[in-house]
Design a protein around this ligand. Structure first.
Ligand code: ADP
Length: 284
């Protein structure tokens, strides 16, 4: 039996209505919710992502500005930019687009991200807050999108579910694992160092994969009937592909997110939701 598709575009359309209504209310009070994306250099993937953020902004009523710095910009320049944006009352949310050029270390810059405008959860303070389950200021957009899609799945609520997260990055894998744990799932994190990946993933009722390795997850990695959330996005020959070998996995899984059209569109709306939230907070 073929898996049911967890349709990210449909979910994004539903979420967009609420976000757009809140943005409109803010505008009615003279406040234009505004996201600034700081981008350093010209990474092709990043530029594509920025365009999709601009589209999501246009469709929700959030202004998206881009602060572009040359690939040679130093750490101090970037810190100064983050300070300036932090102090600017017209800017409500800030993203520091990754990957950074190799001479810049995200670990050193992340702390300079103003926490109250950190809509993608870059500052370690916000990652730490996720560990508290409640009291989170901003749930980063991609992990949030995974949870929102699971909210539409037959696994919801996740209490007691066996979940496996492929990848342990600070941007996706780790925060997803924290969010699933907070929802009372039993979570295993696997990564590059894991021996016998399939042995671990095959045990999962919920499989979230964020490795950025096209085709990593094959049918043999997936339990019959499992819910599969594919966060991986890699450009291969100009085409966006996920971590999941879609056709063969869709034949065994119970539910699956496509790439494109799964996590991506929901992520963009989740991001705008955070910007609107930041603007609401800033304006009391
Ligand atoms: P992202 O930002 O999407 O999370 P990263 O490149 O930062 O992507 O992280 C990729 C994650 O995927 C890492 O935690 C890494 O250990 C994991 N990973 C990469 N390749 C494999 C693999 N072949 N098997 C299992 N995990 C992998």
């Amino acid at each position: 039996m073929a898996a049911e598709i967890l349709d990210g575009r449909a979910l994004a359309a539903d979420l967009r209505e609420d976000v757009a209504a809140r943005a409109k209310r803010l505008r009615g009070r003279g406040i234009a919710p505004c996201l600034t994306v700081a981008i350093i250099g010209e990474d092709a993937g990043s530029l594509g992502y920025v365009r999709s953020i601009e589209r999501a902004g246009a469709s929700t009523g959030v202004d998206v500005r881009v602060s572009a710095l040359p690939a040679t910009a130093g750490e101090e320049t970037l810190r100064a930019l983050l300070r300036t944006l932090g102090d600017d009352p017209l800017v409500h949310g800030i993203i520091l687009q990754q990957p950074l050029p190799s001479h810049l270390a995200i670990r050193r810059l992340a702390e300079a991200m103003p926490p109250h405008k950190d809509v993608d959860g870059t500052n370690p303070i916000n990652l730490g807050r996720l560990a508290f389950a409640s009291g989170t200021e901003f749930v980063p957009a991609t992990p949030m999108a995974c949870l929102l899609l699971l909210g539409r799945s037959k696994r919801w609520p996740l209490r007691g579910a066996r979940a496996c997260v492929v990848g342990r990055s600070n941007v996706v894998g780790l925060p997803v694992a924290l969010l699933l744990t907070a929802r009372d799932a039993t979570v295993t994190i696997v990564h590059r160092g894991t021996r016998d990946l399939a042995h671990q993933t095959r045990d999962a009722e919920v499989l979230v994969t964020a490795a950025g390795v096209p085709g990593l997850i094959r049918a043999e990695h997936v339990a019959p009937g499992a819910t599969v959330i594919d966060v991986g996005t890699t450009f291969v020959g100009g085409k966006l592909v996920g971590d999941v070998a879609y056709d063969e996995v869709a034949a065994v899984a119970g539910e699956i997110t496509p790439v494109p059209g799964g996590v991506g569109p929901v992520t963009n709306v989740a991001l705008m939701q955070n910007v609107v939230l930041a603007a609401e907070r800033a304006s009391g």
